[in-house]
Design a protein around this ligand. Structure first.
Ligand code: ZN
Length: 224
């Protein structure tokens, strides 16, 4: 698999809506700003469908923003929820050297269709916005870690509802991905394992109503 050039992604800033005379927008440019790199068209489609899908379900707006290449964040993708205008902003980090790029993550999910994995990544990020939109708070102790756990289970719920036959494999990949994290907010594989072992977790993943489902997932995390 060719290494993704996040540097090239930087040129996409134009397509993401930042006006500049230096920008040369190809005709027919896609709406969400993911292009000019491997799997761009697929990610663009997934980003639009999944991110906006959860926005519609939970009643918030979605926008995409490219970060400057020098921004010192490690994640390829981040979100921020602004309650005042009910907007979930997806920040895309074009930094080439970041370990946290889509393709690096993909290695943990070998055998799964890329579409399923990419959708799960965007569902994870959407999970963060949903958590804030629904005013779910895990309290001051271990908040950062529990928010990430919540987002992971949110992604798992997405896979269970849309691609149920891939849910067990995705779950294994998720465990593998978190097992290599040491000393980061994602260093929670032991807790994730415990969470995934809860007998009624599957029921929570499948709750039909978006809001009820968001709270059911939160209760599962709270039980840890
Ligand atoms: Zn996250």
């Amino acid at each position: 698999m060719r290494h993704t050039s996040w540097a090239v992604l930087n040129t996409v800033v134009c397509a993401a809506g930042v006006a500049s005379v230096l920008c040369l927008l190809p005709l027919g440019a896609q709406a969400n700003g993911f292009q000019n790199f491997d799997d761009a068209a697929l990610i663009d489609q997934v980003a639009g469908a999944v991110a906006r899908g959860y926005g519609n379900m939970h009643g918030y707006r979605v926008q995409f923003k490219m970060l400057h290449e020098s921004t010192p964040y490690e994640s390829a993708l981040m979100t921020q929820y602004t309650p005042a205008n009910r907007t979930c902003t997806f920040f895309i980090n074009p930094k080439d050297t970041s370990w946290h790029s889509f393709e690096h993550y993909l290695q943990f999910f070998e055998g799964l269709p890329k579409k399923v994995v990419y959708e799960a990544f965007f569902a994870h990020e959407s999970g963060h916005c949903v958590q804030f939109k629904e005013q779910i708070d895990f309290g001051p102790v271990e908040r950062a870690q529990r928010q990430e756990l919540y987002a992971d289970v949110f992604a798992l719920s997405h896979v269970e509802r849309y691609y149920p036959k891939y849910r067990p494999a995705f779950q294994i990949g998720l465990m593998k991905m978190r097992s290599v994290e040491k000393g980061t907010p994602y260093d929670f594989s032991r807790l994730l394992h415990k969470l995934l072992g809860q007998p009624d977790l599957l029921t929570a993943l499948k709750v039909t109503g978006p809001q009820e489902r968001a709270f059911a997932i939160a209760r599962a995390v709270d039980r840890l």
